[in-house]
Design a protein around this ligand. Sequence first.
Ligand SMILES: [Zn+2]
Length: 429
Amino acid sequence: MESPTNPTVGQDGGGTTIGGAPGRGRGVAAEELRRHNLAAVVECLHLSGPLSRSELAGMTGLNRSTIADLLGELAGLGLVGERPGATPTGPGRPSPTVHARPEGATVLAVELAVDSIAVATAGLGGHVYNLLRVARPRGRFSPEETTQDVAKLAGPLLDALPAERTLVGVGVAVVGITRRSDGFVHLAPNLGWRDVPLASMLAGILDLGVPVLAANEADLGALAEHRRGIRPGIANLVYVSGEVGIGAGVIMDGKPMLGSAGYAGEAGHTLINPDGSECRCGAVGCWEAEAGEAALLRRAGIGDGTGHIDEMAERAASGDELTLAAIAESGRWLGVGIGNLINLFNPELVVLGGLYHRLFRYLESAVIEGARLRTLDAPGEMATIVCSGLGSDAPLVGAGELVLSGVIADPASVDGRSREARTPVGRGR
Ligand SMILES: [Zn+2]
């Protein structure tokens, strides 16, 4: 679950009385209602940061005695804590604030990109303990080498976490077509992978005893932009990321659009130019063959290899005309594809990430021009094309959010995992 459903249904139903209601049907309903209300409170604290109890009541639509009761349970689970308020809000003592405890639900996030591997440790509330990204020369790294590299990078980060943390899972963003249910990578052409049981390989080598979830990097970039990007909470959003290929992730009505198994969003291989170049996938005129990295470099006369986009950005910054013309031509094709996505999904926001984030200032006007060629007036007028606020870390942030989404959906699920520190929250203030 990515966000709780309408929290206001618990307006008068929370508190200590309903949990003890007699009758099986009523008991189950009460349990669901309680889980739902716990989720609403944790989600507010996770996304909004520290809040007073009255702010929490206002945001969730729950009354203050229900909030007090839910916070008591969440404190017992180690997920929330409370601090004295810093600034007086009127006569009398300042209101204390409630916060999500990152050590109560900590994750290891991993991103497997073409030119780099990134690992981060983060926790509930969005706190990042450590983040490490290492470049690697472009090559066809085997899944075995890659997972060993991840384990080597992650070890020191995990060791540096507070001793009392509760590790709830590992989230992995990978540039490939990935089955959500078991983190199986069917195809990652730019890594040279086919049929790799990535999540189970990582679970084996990391040996942390927690679930490992793997998903497509553009889908996770979309999730990150939806939850922590420049306009958090936008319900309809398309994230378009360029690396070697083009990936797209879609958030519709506040929920990720994944398809039956998680394969939706392979927009890079949709037809954009029937007279275009041959694509790596074997077809002709794919979007990524016209607007992806290889097309950009080819038009700019820059050779392939690591560091190419750095070189391109440097040349663009120095005003090199051939480079700027190459970016504009690729940008128009990028815009044409974005226009198609705007017509299909009617997003409020189209967020450009990956290499498009790096080149955004040079691409922007050409992208808008290309998009205008394709979009119908009504959806076109509603959509704004922006540069990612999270930059190259969006998929990594999304990998962490993927794991934390499970904790938020069912906060009591952390009970029973190794946990030492619990911070009491005073009740009935
Ligand atoms: Zn293709």
